[in-house]
Design a protein around this ligand. Structure first.
Ligand SMILES: Cc1ncc(COP(=O)(O)O)c(C=O)c1O
Length: 449
C-alpha cells in the first residue's frame, strides 16, 4: 500500500468517483476511509465515526462479520470464478439460489436471476417484463410506469424510469415509453394534499388516468420502491402499494418492486413489499444480499412470470445476463449473508433502532427551525429535509448542507446528503448507544449551521 501522502496527493487525480464532479473532487479531495469495524468507520486521519450511511444503504451486517468473510475467503480457494451462461453452473450459485428462494418464499418469489448489483437487477426485471408479454402474445406491452422521486439505478432502462431529473438530463434521450406518476410524498406534492391516505388515492386515480391515456395494452410493468430511498426516504401511506397492486392486476400490468434498499430487513420487515402486505410479480434486489461484502444483485420472479418462460418454445430463451451473474464467490457471500441475517434477526433490531433514530430526529425538529420534514419510522431508513424557511419550505442551500455534513462528521457521525435531505441507513446491527451518537452528531451539525 502506498503511504498516506501518496494517497492524499493522488486521490481524485486519476480516480473518477461515481456521483461526483471530477473537477471539484480534484481540488476538494474526498474523505479517504481506511478501515471499519462493527458499525464504525475510520478515515485516513484516524478519525472514527459511526457509519450512519451503512456504506451506501448496504452494509446491513456491519463491517465485522467473520462468517461472511470466511465464506468468501474459502470460496476464492475452491473456485474463484466460473461462468453461469447457458450450459455451466457451480455449487455455490445453486446453494445461494436455494437460500434466496427460501428467504423470499413469503413474497411469492420462486426464481432467482443473479446480477452484479442493483442497476443490473432493475435492467433484468424491465427486460424480462417485456419478454414475458411477448411470450404471452402481447408484444405491444412495452411501456413502463414509475413514480417521481424514485431511484432505480443508472443503466439506460433504470435511468428512464428514474423519477429524479438529476440522474436523467445529462444522458437524454432516454428510453421512450416511460411515464411517471406523482410521488407519495405528502410534504411536497402536486395535489397540495397532506393526508397520506388521500394522497395515495389521488395517485391511484392519476395512475388509472395515465393507463387509460396510454392504453393498458401498451404497458408492460409498473416499478416502485416500497419506501423511496435516494429520493429522500419517502414513506407512503400503508394503503399505497396495495392500491397500486390492484390497479396493475386489473390491467394486466406486471408489478416490479425495487427492493434494492428495502430488502433484507432494512424496512423493519424482511422486504418492503411484505411490510405493506403486497406480493409483487418481480423484485429487484442487491445491497443487503451480501451486505456490501461482494458486488451481487438478484432479479426475482414469481411462478406466474416464471412459468411463461419455462413453458415457452425457443423464444423463452433469456438472451440477457452478466459475466459475473452467479459468480461463485458472490454466491458464497449471499448464502453466508442470508444465514447471518436470519440468525441475527436483523429486521427486529432495524425496527427498534429505526424508531429510536426517527424519534431522535423528531426531537431535533422541535429544536431547529431548519428541519422542515422528518421521515422514517419504518426500519433503519431515515430522511431529514432541511429548509431555510420553514413556512415557505425553501430548500436549504448546498453550502449550508455541506457545513452541517462536515460538523456532523467531526462530531462522530457520517451521514449522507441527497440534495437538501440528510439520509441515514446505518448497519442493521447498530446498538442503542451508537444510534444516540448519530443523534448527538446531528445535533452538533445543526447547531453549527
Ligand atoms: C432502489 C434502488 N434501485 C437500484 C439501485 C441501483 O443499485 P446499484 O447502485 O447497485 O447499481 C439503487 C442504488 O442505490 C437503489 O437505491
Amino acid at each position: 500500500m502506498k503511504d498516506d501522502n501518496f494517497l492524499r496527493a493522488n486521490n481524485a487525480q486519476h480516480l473518477w468517483h461515481p456521483m461526483g464532479h471530477p473537477g471539484d473532487l480534484r481540488s476538494h479531495a474526498p474523505t479517504i476511509i481506511t478501515g471499519a469495524e462493527g458499525s464504525s468507520i475510520t478515515d485516513i486521519d484516524g478519525h472514527r465515526t459511526i457509519d450512519a450511511v451503512g456504506g451506501l444503504w448496504c452494509v446491513n451486517l456491519g463491517y465485522s462479520n467473520d462468517t461472511v468473510k470466511e465464506a468468501i475467503a474459502k470460496q476464492l480457494y475452491d473456485l474463484p470464478y466460473y461462468s453461469a451462461f447457458g450450459g455451466t453452473s457451480n455449487p455455490t450459485a445453486i446453494e445461494a439460489s436455494y437460500a434466496v428462494r427460501e428467504f423470499f418464499a413469503e413474497d411469492g418469489m420462486t426464481r432467482v436471476f443473479f446480477t452484479s448489483g442493483g442497476s443490473d437487477s432493475v435492467e433484468t426485471c424491465l427486460r424480462l417484463a417485456r419478454q414475458y408479454h411477448r411470450l404471452r402474445a402481447e408484444p405491444g406491452r412495452t411501456k413502463f410506469l414509475s413514480l417521481k422521486k424514485g431511484y432505480h439505478g443508472t443503466h439506460f432502462g433504470g435511468a428512464s424510469v428514474n423519477g429524479n431529473n438529476r440522474f436523467r438530463i445529462n444522458y437524454e434521450p432516454l428510453m421512450p415509453g416511460c411515464f411517471h406518476l406523482p410521488s407519495p410524498y405528502p410534504y411536497r406534492n402536486p395535489f397540495g394534499e397532506a393526508d397520506p391516505a388521500v394522497l395515495a388515492q389521488n395517485i391511484a386515480a392519476a395512475m388509472e388516468d395515465e393507463i387509460a391515456f396510454q392504453g393498458a395494452g401498451s404497458i408492460a410493468a409498473f416499478i416502485m420502491e416500497p419506501i423511496q430511498g435516494a429520493g429522500g426516504v419517502i414513506v407512503p401511506d400503508a394503503s399505497f402499494m396495495r392500491l397500486m397492486r390492484e390497479i396493475c392486476d386489473r390491467h394486466g400490468i406486471l408489478m416490479i418492486a425495487d427492493e434494492v434498499i428495502t430488502g433484507f430487513g432494512r424496512s423493519g420487515d424482511w422486504t418492503g413489499s411484505r411490510h405493506w402486505g403486497v406480493q409483487p410479480d418481480m423484485m429487484c434486489t442487491a445491497k443487503g444480499i451480501t451486505s456490501g461484502y461482494f458486488p451481487v444483485g438478484a432479479a426475482l420472479m414469481n411462478d406466474k412470470v416464471a412459468e411463461v418462460f419455462e413453458n415457452a418454445g425457443e423464444d423463452g430463451g433469456i438472451y440477457h445476463g452478466y459475466t459475473y451473474s452467479a459468480h461463485p464467490v458472490g454466491a458464497a457471500a449471499v448464502t453466508a449473508c442470508l444465514s447471518e441475517t436470519l440468525r441475527l434477526d436483523t429486521k427486529t433490531n432495524a425496527a427498534a433502532r429505526g424508531a429510536q433514530l426517527y424519534e431522535g430526529m423528531l426531537a431535533l425538529q422541535e429544536k431547529y427551525d431548519i428541519i422542515g420534514d422528518v421521515r422514517g419510522g419504518h426500519g433503519l431508513m431515515t430522511g431529514v429535509e432541511l429548509v431555510s424557511d420553514r413556512a415557505a419550505k425553501t430548500p436549504m442551500d448546498m453550502a449550508t448542507m455541506k457545513r452541517i455534513h462536515t460538523a456532523t462528521y467531526e462530531a462522530g457521525a457520517m451521514v449522507r446528503l441527497g440534495m437538501h435531505n440528510i439520509l441515514m441507513s446505518p448497519p442493521l446491527v447498530i446498538t442503542e448507544a451508537e444510534v444516540q451518537q448519530i443523534i448527538d452528531g446531528l445535533d452538533a451539525g445543526f447547531a453549527a449551521a
